[in-house]
Design a protein around this ligand. Structure first.
Ligand SMILES: [Fe+2]
Ligand SMILES: [Fe+2]
Length: 158
């Protein structure tokens, strides 16, 4: 089914941002686990990345369905690794950017009369809002409890 060029373009922009998120979360995952020895934090980044991988899959499937070609580009550069708080803050920013882009995309899909693509972007938006919320909780706990909270992130979830 041939989709609108504008819809395919925004789906590809969202896809390129998902690819960037996966690269960023996987490098933060490795750094948290191997360099900072915060296995639970690394696990959190990896679990989020797995959700982004599912988004990547769903977006490329939708783009193929609309007879477009999924991009292989990254949208921007991954945030560098750093201490726990710096990485969590960078990840909150990444999720905020995704939320803005998705809201813009949902509006565009409505304007173009493509409710199938709109529904996909809405379901992704819900996940990104949850990710932002989870990372905000981690940031707030680092701020309020500092090293006592970080100590709880050493071991993976039982
Ligand atoms: Fe995502
Ligand atoms: Fe996300």
């Amino acid at each position: 089914m041939k989709g609108s060029d504008k819809v395919i373009e925004i789906l590809n922009e969202v896809l390129a941002a998902e690819i960037l998120a996966i690269i960023q979360y996987e490098s933060h995952h490795y750094h948290a686990e191997e360099t900072l020895a915060l296995k639970r934090l690394g696990e959190m980044f990896h679990e989020t990345s797995e959700k982004e991988m599912k988004h990547m899959e769903d977006l490329s499937e939708r783009i193929h369905f609309l007879e477009g070609l999924p991009t292989t580009k990254l949208l921007g550069k991954p945030a560098p690794v750093g201490d726990a708080k710096a990485m969590v803050e960078a990840n909150i920013e990444l999720e905020y950017d995704a939320i803005k882009r998705l809201n813009r995309g949902i509006k565009l899909c409505c304007d173009e009369g493509d409710n199938g693509s709109r529904a996909l972007l809405e379901s992704i938006l819900k996940d990104e809002e949850d990710h932002a919320d989870e990372f905000e909780d981690v940031r707030d706990l680092i701020d309020s409890l500092g090293k006592h909270y970080l100590a709880t992130l050493v071991e993976k979830k039982p």
